[in-house]
Design a protein around this ligand. Sequence first.
Ligand code: GLN
Length: 453
Amino acid sequence: TDAHLSAIEKARVLNAFVMETPDQARAMAREADAKIGKGDAGPLAGIPLGIKDLFATKGVRTTACSKILGNFVPTYESTVTSQLWRDGAVMLGKLNNDEFAMGSANETSCFGPVGNPWRREGSNTTLVPGGSSGGSASAVAALLCMGATATDTGGSIRQPAAFTATVGIKPTYGRCSRWGIVAFASSLDQAGPIARSVRDSAMLLRSMAGHDPKDTTSVDIAVPDYEAAIGKSVKGMKIGIPKEYRLDGMPAEIEKLWTEGAAWLKAAGAELVEVSLPHTKYALPAYYIVAPAEASSNLARYDGVRYGLREQGKNIIELYENTRAEGFGAEVRRRVMIGTYVLSAGYYDAYYLRAQKVRTLIKKDFEDCFAKGVDAILTPATPSAAFGIGEKGGADPVEMYLNDIFTVTVNMAGLPGIAVPAGKDAQGLPLGLQLIGRPFEEETLFSLGEVIE
Ligand code: GLN
């Protein structure tokens, strides 16, 4: 814990942590030491972690990196983090993220952008760590914590993991409780870890997962010993390679990595099959209707009355308007506008309802594939390596949305997906591959992920 606290201090330039909690960390570490001494240590005793600022932490400011929650100190702890503390983990502090987890570059945070510890060979340009869990990925990659919590609504665990050579798993929807996590799009949001290795991710997910009566969408299925899946033979497993993911204009190095990854799995005894997920091309547009729709509804609670920032106004409507105009950043306001538009009378059928139907078709594509005996699907994690801060999405937000092309389908279908570091591009930047599994079969992803790692 001390080593990590001093590493955090030296790496403040990365802006990965938005709040450091050294006193709390040392107290938790001492408690873990005492338990180890007594022989009743939990599986994560003394492991120092960073917590994405979307997880409510009792008595510790939790902002979702939004000005509107700038002074919010929860009186309760999220289920996921309380399970980590139950198992002995130590909290080092809270990690930067895109405001309300809306973004793919960690550039929408009210605390400013996060730096990626990786650089292009021979260049000093600061690159983004991806988003929205950019602080989590950067902190893990820079060895500021041994692991971090993160959330994934459309790729926010897997894309930053791929940009930083870390491992990120988004478990099946319902695997982790969403209780106490700031909501973005409730039918898509899932918590998961970002860690230094597949094994570390397995250990962390085991503590984070599990049924919680406080979240009605959390599923009552036993959490397996994920670590036992590491090193398990993948012989005879059927790996689907979806032809629709072979995009026009995909960089040759991503294509090459994908082929190599498939070859590694084959060499380990898996069988490769080409599969078709015909509705893939509709996933991104449908996601960018469903996610903002749910966000506009979830964010209605930030009215200046119950939480956080309050701006004054001549009457209650003005108070709401002034608070929300002042408290939300540009990307969040954009999402609220898109969301209320697609849900409004007259447009609901044309946009929201249609997007929901597309979502069902996307889910069915995967079901058909799994029904043919496919155990997991291998794809690239991202369409490119990390890019420079401010390099993308400035004039055209859709340019940023295109980053999520390989990851959003997984959230739309509620499936588990893992991003594993697999290689580097010509400039020495990390690239990741993604494995998508059957519902509640995260173990398969850990076994296969370890082969690629
Ligand atoms: N980049 C996607 C978005 O901005 C996904 C973000 C996420 O997974 N939280 O909506």
